[in-house]
Design a protein around this ligand. Structure first.
Ligand code: ADP
Ligand code: MG
Length: 288
C-alpha cells in the first residue's frame, strides 16, 4: 500500500506546478545528487533574437533571412521560430517542399526548386563545406543554397531569470554535480556555464551523444545518489527516459517530452526543480 504522506508529497508538489507521475519518482527525487540540464529552452529562454546577418555570394541581409525563414517554415524548434520572427516579409509556404529536420544539426528544404541547408558547422561539414571560423558568442546558422555558401546568421538566447539561483539552491541542497549538455557551440555553452556557475558542460552533442553522456554519468554514480535530467524534450525524449528521473518543461516543451518524462514542470521554471527536491526529501523523511 502507498503511505498516505506520498499523496501529501505529490499534492504539495502539484501546488507548485510540479506534476509527479508516481510515488516512486518522489523517492527518486529525494535521492537526486546529480542534475543534468539541456540548455536551450531549459536553462535559457529558448527565444533567440537575431544579432547579426552576414550575407555572401550576392545575397542581401533580407534575402538571406528570407531563404532561412522559408527553410525553417515547418520546424517547431525555438531557433526556427526566431528566424521566422526576424524576417519581416511574407513567407509563402507554397515555395517550400521536402522540408526536413536533422536533429542537433539544422533543417533542409527545397525552396523555389533549390536545395537549401540551414544549420551548424557540423551540418555543413557533412555537406562537404568548410565554414568560416566565427569569433562570436552566439549560435550560428550557416546557409547553403544549391551547394553555394550564402552566409550566416548569428542568433542569441538569454538565460532564464531564475536559472542562476536554481543552481545555487541545488548545491545548497547537497546536489553534488550540475551538468549542462547541449548541441550548441562550445563558445555559447562555456558562456552560459560560467554565468550560471555550473560544475560541468559538454557542447556540440547530437541527441545520441546526450544519451551516451547520461549513461556515463549513471555508471559513475555511487551509493544511492540518483540522476535527474531536465529538458524541453525537443530532440531529447530518449535522454528523459534514460535518466533515473526525467523532468520535462511542460509549457514550452514538446508532447513527446511530456509523455517521456516522470516529472513535468508546468511553468518551465527551473527553480521548481529545487523546490520539488525539497518537497520530496521532506515527504521521504516523514515516510521513513
Ligand atoms: P540544445 O542541445 O541546446 O537544446 P539542439 O540539440 O536542439 O540544442 O540543437 C543543437 C544545434 O543544432 C543548435 O545549436 C543549432 O546549431 C542546430 N539546430 C538545431 N535545430 C535547428 C534549426 N531548426 N535550424 C538551424 N539550426 C538548428
Ligand atoms: Mg533542446
Amino acid at each position: 500500500s502507498v503511505p498516505l504522506s506520498f499523496f501529501g508529497g505529490i499534492g504539495g508538489a502539484s501546488k507548485l506546478g510540479v506534476l509527479i507521475k508516481g510515488s516512486n519518482y518522489l523517492e527518486t527525487l529525494a535521492d537526486v545528487d546529480t542534475v543534468v540540464f539541456d540548455k536551450t529552452g531549459t536553462l535559457t529562454n529558448g527565444t533567440f533574437s537575431v544579432v547579426a546577418v552576414h550575407p555572401e555570394a550576392g545575397y542581401t541581409e533580407q534575402s538571406l533571412l528570407e531563404v532561412a525563414a522559408l527553410a525553417e517554415s515547418f520546424s517547431d524548434h525555438p531557433i526556427a521560430q526566431s528566424v521566422r520572427a526576424a524576417y519581416q516579409g511574407e513567407l509563402d509556404p507554397k515555395r517550400v517542399s521536402d522540408s526536413a529536420n536533422d536533429a542537433g544539426h539544422g533543417v533542409t528544404a527545397t525552396i523555389d526548386g533549390k536545395h537549401v541547408v540551414v544549420g551548424n558547422a557540423k551540418m555543413l561539414a557533412a555537406a562537404g563545406i568548410d565554414v568560416p571560423n566565427c569569433e562570436v558568442v552566439g549560435t550560428i546558422l550557416h546557409v547553403l543554397v544549391d551547394g553555394v555558401y550564402a552566409g550566416h546568421i548569428v542568433i542569441a538566447d538569454t538565460v532564464k531569470a531564475d536559472a542562476e539561483q536554481t543552481i545555487r539552491d541545488l548545491h545548497a541542497a547537497g546536489v553534488k554535480r550540475t551538468v549542462m549538455l547541449t548541441g550548441d557551440r562550445e563558445e555559447v555553452a562555456a558562456s552560459v556555464a560560467k554565468q550560471l556557475s555550473l560544475d560541468e558542460f559538454h557542447a556540440q552533442l547530437l541527441p545520441g551523444d546526450k544519451v551516451e553522456r547520461v549513461e556515463a554519468l549513471l555508471a559513475a554514480e555511487s551509493g544511492k545518489g540518483k540522476l535527474a535530467f531536465v529538458g524541453d524534450g525537443i530532440n531529447d525524449a530518449p535522454v528523459l527516459t534514460r535518466a533515473d528521473v526525467g523532468i520535462a518543461m511542460g509549457a514550452m516543451g514538446s508532447d513527446a517530452a511530456i509523455e517521456a518524462a516522470d516529472v513535468v514542470l508546468m511553468d518551465d521554471k527551473p527553480s521548481n526543480i529545487s523546490r520539488a527536491i525539497r518537497v520530496a526529501r521532506k515527504t521521504m523523511s516523514i515516510v521513513w
